[in-house]
Design a protein around this ligand. Structure first.
Ligand SMILES: [Ca+2]
Length: 207
């Protein structure tokens, strides 16, 4: 009997210590209901992922996503690295080196991609985030709600730059399943050497 209790405690301990965002799903619906109608900002990531989880848009090969990257002693951010190597495109059913990416999603991982969240009533009108790049010979595309908002960034600065995407139609936040997508695009015919991007302070805001 005591062994069973001890095993349960050990399992609970390791589960609570997990750094994998998909293991730390927080319900955004519960979070928002608690703050009622006064909510003017939904933080998606600041020093950790606050809502939902992540999924790769193609296979995870040749990429690293670190949600716990030490930017400075007192700041963490997301680091996304692509070597430029082959990634499997599930739609096209082929290995390719022209793009890869991941999304921050309402569900905990790709198996819950149909899970949605209606943020339209809150009237958020901006998706804000910060970016910097270590090096980059490919383009970065930031994709906002319902794929209707795409910011293309060709020259990333090595220092933090603030960006905002205006959400002109709050209906685009109606039953969303992806908060934001981050995609590398290689437009050359040859394999690129990929890139590295750092992302921080991602939030939907009403201003
Ligand atoms: Ca941070």
């Amino acid at each position: 009997m005591n062994k069973i209790i001890l095993c349960c405690i050990i399992v609970l301990f390791f589960n609570s210590c997990s750094d994998k965002p998909q293991d730390r799903l927080l319900s955004p619906i519960e979070k928002i209901n608690r703050t009622a109608t006064e909510l003017d900002k939904l933080i998606i990531y600041d020093n950790e992922l606050k809502v939902g989880g992540m999924m790769f848009y193609a296979s995870p090969d040749n990429q690293i996503v670190d949600f716990n990257y030490n930017d400075t002693d007192d700041n963490k951010c997301i680091r996304y690295y692509w070597s430029g190597g082959e990634v499997y495109d599930y739609n096209e059913r082929k290995w390719q080196t022209s793009w890869c990416g991941f999304g921050l999603i309402v569900g905990k991982d790709w198996t819950e991609i149909d899970k949605t969240h209606n943020l339209a009533p809150y009237g958020f009108n901006k998706l804000k985030f910060k970016l910097r790049g270590g090096y980059l010979n490919v383009k970065i595309k930031i994709i906002g709600p319902k794929d209707n908002y795409v910011e293309e960034i060709t020259n990333l600065s090595p220092s933090w730059q603030e960006y905002e995407i205006l959400i002109t139609d709050s209906n685009d936040l109606n039953n969303i399943n992806i908060y934001i997508g981050i995609v590398f695009v290689n437009e050359s015919q040859q394999r690129s050497s990929g890139g590295e991007v750092f992302i921080d302070d991602i939030a939907l805001v009403r201003e």
